[in-house]
Design a protein around this ligand. Structure first.
Ligand SMILES: Cc1cc2nc3c(=O)[nH]c(=O)nc-3n(C[C@H](O)[C@H](O)[C@H](O)COP(=O)(O)OP(=O)(O)OC[C@H]3O[C@@H](n4cnc5c(N)ncnc54)[C@H](O)[C@@H]3O)c2cc1C
Length: 384
């Protein structure tokens, strides 16, 4: 049976980038899904938000030094240059996000072309890996052997797209430590006191959301199960449990607005959807009266909307989370090569590592950068 030089588990962003640069190698790419890059395909509403105008270690949870070093070698400018050279049409949108101009399929086609030299094992779900002089990768269908093994199997979110915990399992089997994985970039479920928000399903409003020492100014979407939208998804990256603070009228001082005694009803005066104000007033047991009738105490109760503190009940889980926070401990990974410092010739790249980016293209940037660095390292080793 043939032994490949390198086998990648997962045909996602990180492995496709790495394999594109390893032209003279015998490469196997093993993927559980019937097609390559299922997450690239559906991401960014089908247009893949693949990076951001400003990328730094501050946009990530994880080892800041590793992230910084990685971007020193391959950052957002290098990624844009790479895609430009591949004639990808892309555009810059709100919040510095870069998207494909047409469809995310354009990125997938680029990688399909650049990885023509690779042998793809599609619809091959990896179950286990053993080491017997070489890596023996056991799939449901067959065994694949390789001298080097790259774990590029991503995180746990969106099982429907092929996600599995195989990366963590293999890491554990080779004595790696895993930082507790949890869903991130995900909506929050609510406790009883905030159930009034559930009646607002479908409404989206600009807010400032504060989690720990981070502030996200963006839209919050009221959803059937809780709250979501870009501000919440970003905030979820930094939330473990406990309080978050939302300013529902970030550009207005509610006390000032309501102190101008007027014949207008509260819901007409506040510059926020009436439905929102009415639900909130119900929750604090106030009628939607004209503001000239408001007592100071009532004004203060309504003004809580400028700094509304509460603890989410939890989050929507892996079926809705864009990424997995946590993962393979980067303390046990060589920061120059992404090789395990425990097991020679075993590598980890992309989301399987304990590096998680904010919303805005940061996770693909990490996947592409780590893949590119791995390829550079393997090529440089060959030339030594
Ligand atoms: C709905 C959604 C939208 C997203 N949108 C964005 C966005 O716009 N911008 C952004 O930066 N990030 C986005 N992300 C996150 C981004 O997709 C990931 O961070 C990125 O794809 C990680 O790349 P990766 O190569 O590490 O893993 P992946 O791209 O996840 O690739 C891993 C591959 O491994 C395969 N695999 C898993 N287990 C096995 C197994 N046992 N056997 C064989 N194959 C296996 C999977 O099927 C998958 O194809 C989004 C994620 C989701 C779920």
């Amino acid at each position: 049976m043939k032994t490949f030089d390198i086998a990648f588990i997962g045909a996602g962003a990180s492995s496709l980038m790495a394999a594109s640069f390893l032209k003279d190698k015998a490469i196997a790419i093993i993927e559980a899904s019937p097609k390559i890059a299922p997450k690239i395909k559906i991401s960014g509403g089908g247009k893949c938000n693949f990076t951001n105008k400003i990328v730094s270690e501050n946009n990530y949870l994880g080892d800041k030094e590793l992230i910084k070093k990685t971007f020193e070698k391959f950052d957002e400018k290098d990624l844009l240059k790479f895609f430009k050279e591949q004639n990808l049409e892309f555009e810059l949108k709100e919040d510095g996000k870069y998207f494909c101009k047409n469809r995310s399929d354009d990125i997938i086609s680029i990688f399909a072309k650049l990885t023509k030299h690779c042998k793809f094992f599609l619809e091959h779900c990896v179950k286990k890996v053993e080491f017997k002089d070489e890596f023996v990768i056991k799939t449901e269908k067959e065994e694949i052997r390789a001298k080097k093994l790259v774990i590029s199997s991503g995180g746990l979110s969106y099982k429907s797209l092929g996600a599995s915990d195989i990366g963590f399992q293999i890491a554990k089997d080779f004595n790696h430590n895993i930082i507790n994985p949890t869903p991130a970039l995900v909506g929050f479920t609510l406790q009883k006191d905030q159930f009034w928000m559930k009646n607002l399903s479908g409404i989206s409003i600009p807010v400032s959301l504060h989690v720990k020492n981070k502030k996200f100014s963006n839209n919050l979407l009221f959803a059937h199960k809780g709250i979501s939208g870009p501000a919440v998804l970003s905030g979820s990256l930094y939330w473990d449990n406990g309080l978050i603070l939302v300013d529902f009228l970030p550009n207005y001082n509610i006390v000032k607005l309501l102190s101008k005694k007027s014949k207008k009803q509260i819901s007409s005066l506040l510059p926020i959807p009436k439905r929102f104000t009415k639900e909130y007033l119900k929750s604090i047991e106030l009628d939607d009266i004209s503001t000239d009738k408001l007592k100071n105490d009532d004004i203060l109760k309504i003004a809580k909307l400028n700094n509304y503190e509460f603890s989410p009940a939890g989050n929507f889980g892996y079926t809705k989370a864009e990424v997995t926070r946590g993962g393979v401990d980067t303390d046990e990974i060589n920061h120059l090569s992404f090789e395990s410092i425990i097991k020679k010739d075993l590598y980890f790249i992309g989301e399987v590592l304990n590096v998680t980016g904010e919303l805005g293209g940061y996770n693909f940037q990490w996947a592409f950068s780590s893949g590119r660095i791995l390829a550079k390292y393997i090529l440089s080793k060959d030339n030594m």
